[in-house]
Design a protein around this ligand. Structure first.
Ligand code: ATP
Length: 341
């Protein structure tokens, strides 16, 4: 079978070093992919561009449909707005899928955590609509549409059914945001009752949901949420399984998909061979499985299986980066995975 072209976007901060490590592992696995490299974030400006999200980067994803992306720096407060958010909106990557699973050999407070967060990726408070009313008063608009709420609900139940998972829980604050979160609940209930009655369905107020997660994460299966709750609960759940170094993600649309770790550019450890490449590596295995599903390529699935077995084996052998209590640098961890392929 011919190779699939993947757009590689290394990103900023730790992005290029974790991307290099993942590329070596993908090559060693014999994954049926080839790459075109494009840039976004500060990296695009440093290459002489005048846009943090150059049009040729967006066009490349539109052309090839699949991208593997490192994090792009988003300054807090002023400066340019988030490249990550802009890319998701431009390509209408409406569902962020973030699996959170306990890893072998990584000791945490809980064992056997297995949660998938499905985050609405295009609206909510991430609409970016903010206005200054006076010097001392600003407003940030939370946008919710029936179309996006229904679409994320259908995606979540469909994901549950296709992955043979049992339960979808919606995190919401409809007691306060009666219209926006209320509409999401209404859509989730309708889609569930009419199309997916076989999947167990529940709702939990987001603050209480976080408390219940901390008490016992094993009670949850799929968590569906609007944009901001999804952002927050992703980092909380990352803490159950070893932190941001080991939580992958996929941004899925009807036409295009961008695979990227949950973590940001981590400027505090950038350029020092300290970053854990596992989150991006796991995102790459999600990408291979997506290629296998959408393009009926068994070789892609076999490569994903080989990579997963190799990193599990490495972790079981105590091969870990510093964020997981080990001693290895980014490159040494990649080498340990490749040696076990
Ligand atoms: P953003 O605003 O871009 O989402 P953030 O504020 O969530 O970023 P991150 O950059 O994701 O912050 O990471 C927070 C901290 O977690 C980092 O400063 C770093 O110390 C640690 N961290 C994140 N990713 C990794 C990784 N892959 N390996 C090791 N440590 C990491």
């Amino acid at each position: 079978m011919s190779k699939h072209t993947v757009v590689l976007i290394p990103g900023d901060g730790i992005g290029p070093e974790v991307m290099n490590a993942v590329r070596l592992i993908l090559d060693a696995s014999g994954a049926p992919v080839e790459y075109v490299e494009r840039h976004a974030g500060v990296a695009a400006l440093e290459r002489g561009g005048d846009d943090v999200l150059p049009i040729d980067t967006v066009d490349a994803v539109r052309e090839h449909h699949v991208a593997l992306k490192g994090p792009c720096t988003t300054p807090v407060g002023g400066g340019f707005s988030s490249v990550n958010v802009a890319l998701r909106k431009k390509l209408d990557l409406y569902a962020a899928v973030r699996p959170v699973r306990s890893l072998p050999g990584v000791k945490t407070r809980y064992e056997n955590v297995d949660i998938v967060i499905i985050r609405e990726n295009t609206e909510g408070l991430y609409s970016g609509i903010e206005n200054r009313i006076t010097d001392d008063v600003v407003i940030s608009l939370k946008v919710a549409t029936r179309e996006a709420s229904e679409r994320i609900a259908r995606f979540s139940f469909d994901y549950a059914r296709s992955r043979k998972r049992e339960k979808v829980t919606v995190l919401h604050k409809a007691n306060i945001m009666k219209l926006s979160d209320g509409m999401m609940l209404d859509c989730a209930r309708r889609v569930h009752d009419s199309e997916y009655p076989d999947i167990e369905y529940s709702e939990v107020i987001v603050d209480a949901g976080h408390m219940r997660l901390v008490q016992d994460p094993l009670q949850f299966d799929i968590l569906m949420c609007e944009n901001l709750y999804g952002d927050i609960v992703s980092d909380l759940c990352a803490g159950f399984v070893g932190g941001l170094g080991c939580t992958p993600g996929a941004n899925i649309g009807d036409k295009d998909s961008v695979f990227e770790a949950v973590h940001g550019s981590a400027p505090d450890i950038a350029g020092q061979d300290l970053a854990n490449p596992l989150a991006l590596l796991m995102s790459a295995t999600m990408m291979l499985n997506h290629i296998a599903d959408t393009m009926q390529d068994d070789e892609a699935r076999a490569s994903a299986d080989r990579i997963k077995a190799a990193y599990n084996h490495a972790l079981e052998d105590g091969q870990r980066t510093r964020d997981l209590g080990g001693e290895l640098g980014t490159r040494a961890f990649a080498k340990a995975v490749i040696e076990r392929m």
